[in-house]
Ligand binder design. Structure first.
Ligand SMILES: NC(=O)c1ccc[n+]([C@@H]2O[C@H](COP(=O)([O-])OP(=O)(O)OC[C@H]3O[C@@H](n4cnc5c(N)ncnc54)[C@H](O)[C@@H]3O)[C@@H](O)[C@H]2O)c1
Length: 384
């Protein structure tokens, strides 16, 4: 038996919304005859999503995001009928080449996590009928750098208020604190934790950190968000003020360069740096590597002796720590059941009625949000 099969079975049992989607797709086959370019973390929760799309008739060509692919899950998915292009041990350059390969297959439907695949499909002679983009960072890329260039509908899953509340706030908050404590084995009680970004993820991280006894300081470049953090009872500070007072730093902004190397030089001996934003450029890891040696002290923790004589520690080399630390489980299954049902229903709409949607990035239609919220409440209340 495949070593991932038990984990995937456990996961499937806790995804009742996707189970409903599967029954629906098995009879309606919305993706029959379509090639779907699928680019998202390849682990048990996405495996259940992929099974659901395969049940809807999709022919899936897939790769993961760097650093989070579980290869026994890949084996399972291959047996289930998907084609996974990624191989173990691939570098950033290999991942770029895989993205090119996937775009060159001219998928009719794209599911992306970071928008790098969507961007590569923009100039395809036959562009996709439509795409979904999972992340805030990917949506920034499409709305800023590629503004006006996206000639097909892209439903931004992250724009759904449901995903923001259930996944970004509650699940990221909970899983970030779980994985920090599990990986470091360090208690959070009275630790001075600095959270960069008080968006949906930052709010959850601050809340779950406080629940575990940490003393939270929030840094947000938007004064309205900083005021909200203060009204919620958290300390606020500028990035430079916070640099010298924190013991644990967590970035959750979706923007690069949030902790540049110069800011690391202000930090106290023993500070721990963690990123949970989608891009691994929030913390200046290249700057750290060019000024210090990288010594692995413990699984997923690296030590960096600074020229100042102080030592800093980084989790998962600055990759999205709640998933990328060794054994990282990411967000709760239930939150991903909701997020992936947003995906499934959005992909169904793109495949069956793309002309009903405008071109370019747009939020999940409200009818989908309302159906999922109603059904999830029914499930929580034991009625479904
Ligand atoms: N780890 C996970 O499981 C997971 C899950 C969902 C989203 N994400 C990622 O987390 C990141 C944040 O998502 P979100 O939904 O909270 O976004 P958001 O847009 O709601 O919030 C981002 C916040 O960061 C602030 N910000 C931007 N630049 C900053 C800077 N230099 N310093 C301080 N604050 C800054 C913004 O003002 C904003 O308040 C994104 O990259 C998203 O893709 C990760």
């Amino acid at each position: 038996m495949n070593t991932a099969a038990g984990r995937i079975d456990w996961t499937r049992r806790h995804m009742p919304l996707l189970a409903q989607m599967r029954v629906r797709f098995e009879s309606s086959k919305p993706f029959d005859g379509m090639t779907m370019g699928f680019r998202i973390h390849l682990e048990p929760k996405t495996a259940v999503l992929m099974e659901t799309l395969l049940a809807g008739g999709a022919s899936i060509q897939a790769i993961g995001n760097q650093g989070t692919t579980q290869f026994d899950t890949v084996e399972f998915l291959t047996e289930a009928g998907a084609t996974i292009i990624e191989k173990p041990g691939e570098t950033k350059a290999d991942i770029e080449a895989n993205l090119d390969t996937l775009a060159a297959l001219r998928p009719q439907i794209v599911l992306d996590n970071g928008a790098e695949l969507i961007v590569r499909c923009l100039d395809n002679g036959t562009p996709p009928m439509g795409a979904t983009e999972e992340t805030t960072s990917g949506a920034f890329l499409l709305r800023e750098q590629f503004e006006g260039r996206v000639g097909f509908p892209v439903i931004v899953i992250n724009d759904s208020p449901l995903k923001a509340i259930v996944e970004n706030k509650h699940a990221v908050g909970e899983s970030t604190m779980d994985e920090i404590v599990r990986t470091t084995n360090v208690s959070l009680h009275r630790k001075r934790v600095v959270v960069f970004g008080y968006g949906w993820c930052g709010r959850g991280i601050a809340q779950y950190g406080r629940d575990r006894g940490a003393d939270i300081t929030v840094v947000d470049i938007d004064p309205i968000k900083a005021l909200e953090a203060a009204m919620d009872g958290f300390n606020t500070a500028s990035a430079d003020e916070a640099a010298s007072l924190g013991q644990i730093f967590i970035t959750a902004t979706g923007r690069p360069g949030v902790i540049p190397y110069e800011r690391m030089e202000m930090m106290q001996d023993g500070a721990i740096l963690v990123n949970v934003g989608h891009v691994d450029t929030e913390i200046d890891i290249p700057g750290l590597h060019s000024n210090t040696d990288r010594v692995e002290v413990k699984s997923s923790i690296t030590q960096h002796d600074m020229p100042s004589g102080r030592t800093l520690f980084v989790l998962a080399d600055g990759q999205m720590a709640n998933l990328a630390v060794e054994g990282g489980r990411g967000n709760s299954i239930e939150s991903m059941d909701l997020g992936f049902t947003l995906q499934a229903l959005s992909l169904e709409l793109l495949a069956t009625n793309p002309s009903s949607l405008p071109k370019g990035p747009q939020p999940v239609p409200d009818s989908i949000n309302k159906w999922i919220a109603t059904t999830m409440l029914e499930i929580m209340n034991g009625a479904s």
